[in-house]
Structure formats: C-alpha cells, structure tokens
Design a protein around this ligand. Structure first.
Ligand code: M6R
Length: 366
C-alpha cells in the first residue's frame, strides 16, 4: 500500500506531480485560455460582486489559505481575510451577506472549520468548500465547492493535500480574475501556461531528494530552526516550520523575513539553522538583505533558490536550487524541499513520521 516507499509521507510527497495534475484535470486548458469550475460559474454573480472573501481553516490548510489571499488579491482584486477557524467562530465576527466564506479542509471533518462555516452560513454568507475527502461533513455543509482530488492522504503531516489546495485555489483566483476582468487575457493565458508546467517542475524538485538527505544529516540534532520567506513564499516558511515540528519534534518558527528584526533576530547565533526561501521574485533583493542579516550573526543559512542564482550561493552555507516559476505559483515548488527536509530529519531522529505523537489525521474535537 505504500507503493514501495518506507512511509506514506514519502509516497505522498512523491505523488505530487500526479496529484497536482489531478487537481487541474478538466479544469484548465491553457491553449484556449479555458478555465472550468462549474461551482464557481453557478455562483458567478455572487463571486463577481463579492465585497470580501473570508477564508477559514486550520493548520496546513490555513497556510494554503494564506497563499490564496496573496493570489486572489493580486489577480482578482477582491479583499481577502484568512482566519483560524477556532478564533473566527468565537469572536462574534462581522459577516455580511456580500461576503463569501471559503472553508479549506483536507479531511472535511475539522470541528472548528465546520463550526466556523455554520456560523457564517447563519449570517447569510455564501459558503464555498475546498475539501479533499469526497462527501465529508464540510463538503456537505457548503453551498458549493471544488474538490482537490489529491487522493487519500494517510500521513498525518499534510503534503500532497497542501499542494492540491494551492492548485485549486490558484485556479479559483484565475477564474475570479477572468470574471471580474482584472487581468489581461494575455496575462491570464500566460499564467495558465505556467500552471500547466508545474507538475514537471515539481518532478524536478523531487530529484533533490538525495541532496536534501545529506543536508538533513548535518542538521538532524538541531534543537531549533527558523524559516523565513517573503510574499508568496511567506506562507511556505510557516508550512516548512510546521512540517518540521510536527514530525521531528524540533522547535521551529516560520516568519515573514522582514519581521525577523522585530524580535526573532535575537535568537540567531552559530547554532541556529535558518531556512530561507529566496527564489527569484519581486522581493528577491529584499530577501538577499535578510540573508546578509542572518549571516552577520553567524546563523547557518540553508537557502532555497532559483536555478542559476549566483548571488545567494556566495552567502549561504547550503543552497538548494529549484526550477524557476511565476512567483504566485512558486509555493507549489518551494514547499517540496521543505517537506523532504522535515521527512529525512524525522526519520534520522527515529520518529514515527506517519503517526507523530499527540496528533490525529483529523481533529474532530475543538
Ligand atoms: O483536514 P484539515 O485540512 O481540516 O486539517 C487541518 C489541520 O488539522 C491539518 O492541516 C494539520 O495541521 C496537519 N497535521 C498539518 O500537517
């Protein structure tokens, strides 16, 4: 059942070129700039006139929501708020009829996410679900939705469900841009073509496995890790840190790179591994300075860079090169080395990666 892999997690990491393709299948034909998602079309007027989109989710799904916030605001110019379902449901949130609430959940059974959407529904918002498990409670409670089609995810640490969520959410962002006329047709087509190339690029990123295993060996006994990213890669930093803590039990924190100087920089010394996602995008120059700040305090930088980068390799102790992609889609690629890094470190530490302590695959209690 593990398809020859020692753990479900590794199998699921390696399934991603395929699962991302499955999430796009029948929904994207770049050649003729065609996007199909009947559930969005069905509520076209609501989506077109939406005042605001509120995303509710927990854990990794919340990270996918953050990526979606950046994409939807950039492409479709709709204000987006991303909420932890558990906080949202208990704080008497302002919900208006023109709001659309998007609930993201792999299992479709997360108690807080379900309760948050029920609350929003009672206030008249349209509820849209992005779930992986077909027929799950959240999928049934929504007005409409799009399944992620990642296939069953057994490992407690979410991997292919995350990339499937980001894929579906990026298609939604593109559809909204098309419906609202906020993106030129040529730019939209370009974006769709970029999307079609993602599975092959993920495949390429997976070939870094051995290299990442070697880096993992060096850092397996670390007691802390910091993950930094900016823009679209900021949620990836959070996701990388979550992956590491949940399966290897190493304390890790993800931060927007610029926020570091407002506190966490005090933690940096020669014993602190700092994973920096520094791919070529609109915040590249800024992240170069952030890497310098870490180096100046002797932090041990492991940088995820775009293939061919010549600047960061001179500054970082370890460099992992991933294929170039449009910055909005980079999370689908930059997360791969981070999944592998946490996996290998956890295995080397003798942890039960598929069933980490204290955790369950779906959190059905609040
Ligand atoms: O099934 P859901 O997507 O609603 O689950 C949400 C979180 O419990 C989940 O993402 C959790 O954080 C994972 N273990 C992360 O790997």
């Amino acid at each position: 059942e593990k398809g020859g892999y020692p753990h479900f997690m590794l199998k699921e990491i390696f399934e991603q070129p395929r699962s991302i393709l499955d999430s796009m299948r029948g929904r994207l034909v770049a050649e003729n700039t065609q996007l199909t998602m009947s559930s969005i079309r069905e509520y076209a007027t609501r989506f077109k006139n939406a005042d605001r989109i509120i995303i509710v989710a927990c854990g990794t799904s919340w990270h996918a929501g953050l990526v979606a916030e950046y994409m939807i605001e950039e492409f479709a110019r709709i204000p987006v708020e991303v909420e932890y379902a558990s906080e949202f449901r208990y704080r008497n949130p302002v919900i208006r009829e023109g709001d659309i609430v998007v609930a993201i959940s792999q299992s479709g059974e997360t108690a807080d996410t379900l309760a948050a959407l029920e609350l929003a529904k009672s206030k008249g918002a349209l509820i849209f679900g992005v779930c992986n498990v077909v027929g799950s409670s959240i999928a049934r409670a929504t007005d409409a939705g799009a399944y992620t089609h990642a296939g069953p995810e057994i490992g407690v640490a979410s991997t292919k469900a995350f990339t499937a969520q980001v894929t579906v959410l990026s298609l939604i962002a593109m559809m909204l841009a098309e419906m609202r006329g906020t993106m030129e047709t040529s730019a939209l087509r370009q974006m769709m073509m970029e999307m079609e190339q993602i599975p092959a690029k993920v495949e390429k990123a997976l070939q870094l496995d051995k290299e990442i295993q070697a880096i993992s060996e060096i850092f397996k006994d670390a007691t802390n890790f910091i993950y930094l990213g900016r823009g679209f890669n900021f949620p990836v930093a959070l996701e990388g840190a979550l992956k590491l803590k949940e399966i290897s039990y190493i304390h890790a924190e993800g931060y927007p790179a610029a926020e570091m100087k407002h506190g966490p920089i005090a933690l940096i010394d020669e014993n602190m591994p700092v994973v920096v996602i520094a791919t070529k995008d609109s915040s590249y120059e800024k992240i170069v300075s952030n890497v310098q700040e870490v180096r100046a305090r002797k932090g041990r930088v492991i940088a995820i860079v775009t293939e061919g980068d010549t600047v960061i390799p001179q500054m970082a102790e370890f460099v992992i090169e991933v294929p170039a992609a449009h910055e909005a889609l980079m999370p689908l690629i930059s997360v791969i080395p981070l999944q592998l890094l946490s996996y290998h470190i956890a295995v080397m530490r003798g942890c039960n990666v598929d069933q980490p302590r204290n955790l369950a695959k779906s959190v059905t209690v609040e």
